[in-house]
Design a protein around this ligand. Sequence first.
Ligand SMILES: C[S@@+](CC[C@H](N)C(=O)[O-])C[C@H]1O[C@@H](n2cnc3c(N)ncnc32)[C@H](O)[C@@H]1O
Length: 398
Amino acid sequence: MKRPTGKPTRRNTQGVATRGRPGRASATPRLPRGHGGDSAKTVRVFALAVPGLAPLVRAELEDHDGLHPEDAGFDGRADVVLFGAERGSRVEALALTTAEDVFIEVGRTLRAHGDEPRWIAGGLWGTERVQRALSVWAELAGPLRARMTFRVIVRTLSERSFRRTELRRALTDEVGRRQPKWRIDDPAALELWAIEYQPGRFVAGLRASDVRMRQHQGRAAERTGALRPTVAAAMVRLAGEPRGRLLDPCCGSGTLLAEAQHRGWQGFGGDIDPTAIRVAHSNSPHAQLVVADARAIPYQDRVLDACVSNLPFGRQYGVEGPMKPWLHAVTAELTRVVRPGGRVVLLSPEQLAHVQSGLRLLRRVPIRLLGTRTTIWAFERRGASGQRESGDVKRKAG
Ligand SMILES: C[S@@+](CC[C@H](N)C(=O)[O-])C[C@H]1O[C@@H](n2cnc3c(N)ncnc32)[C@H](O)[C@@H]1O
C-alpha cells in the first residue's frame, strides 16, 4: 500500500487536494468542472438512483432552470448523477421524482492524487466546501448543532489498493479530528457518504434526503410486488407530456397511477385481481378502476393517450399459460385502446422489441431492480398522430 509522501498539499481549482510540484495535477486525470464553477449561488449536489435510471434523472434535472447536470457514474450499487443546484432551486433537488437520495457535496478527489485511505479521506473532508455544505445541509435537512452524531458510509469500485472499511475508518477519523465534539452513532443525525462513482474518482456528500424521498408520498395501503416509486416516475416520464388519459392495465397497488396523477395525467387502472383494485383505490382514489383482464380491456378503441404498466412476471405474479402469446394479446389490446401517436411504456424482462407491429420502439432503458435485470420499453402507437376519441372510455354493453 502506498503511503503519503509528506510533500506539501496544494488545492487545485476545484478545491481538491493534490501533492508535489505545481503543474503535477495537469499530468493526472482532471475532475469535471461544475456548472457555474465555485459560484456562491451554486452548490454541488449528487443523487443516487436505481441502476440504469441516470439518463432519466439527468432529463428530470434539465426540466429545472436552476439544476445543472455535470457528470454521472455508477458506484457498484446505484447510479450516481452529479449536478449543480442554484440557490433558489436547492429544495427542488429534494423533490426529484426519479432519484432515491440526494447529497450535498463536501469534496471530490482522485485515486491518482494518492491511492491511500488517509489521503483520500483528507481530500474529501479537508476542503473549505465542508462549512458551506454544512450550512446548506442545515437549510435543507438540519438542524445543525455543535454536538452532532455522525456516521460514514463508503462505496468503492475496487479493493486492490485498500479495503472499503479502511477508507471508512480513515474518513471517520478525519471527521472526528476536525469536529471533536461530534460523536459516532448509528443511526446518526448526519450521514457522510463517500463513493467511487467512476473508477478512481471519489465524491463525498452529506445526505440531505431521508427515506421519504424515495417513497414519494408513501402508499396508504401496501401489496406485495409493488413497484419502486422512482421507477414508476421514470416510466411515467417516458409516456411524454401529461396530456389526457393514462391506463395501467395491470395496476396492482396503483403505484404508476399515483405517479401519473401527480404528473397531471387522468388515471385509469385495471387488474385481474379484485384485491389489487381495492388496494389501488386506497392509493389512487381519483383513478377510474376496473377488475379486468389486460387481454380483454373493456374500453373502446383509441380512447387513451398512454398506457404504462409493470407487467406480471417473476416470482410474485405470473401469467396464465406461456408468456409469449400472453404478451402478444396484451400488447394488441394496448395498441387498440391507445390513440395513434400515444405512448405505451412497459417494464418487462422479456424481449418486446418486435412484439407488436402497431408499436414503434422509441427507447429501451435497461435497469436493475433488487439485483434482477429488466427493461423499460417505450413505444409510440403507429399511425397518423391525432386526438383520441372523446367521450366515455367504456365499451357499450352488448
Ligand atoms: C407486477 S404486479 C404490478 C405491481 C404494480 N405496478 C404496483 O406497484 O403495485 C402485476 C399485476 O398484474 C396483475 N395481473 C396478472 N395477470 C393479469 C391479467 N391477465 N390482466 C390484468 N392484470 C393481471 C396481477 O394481479 C398484479 O397485480
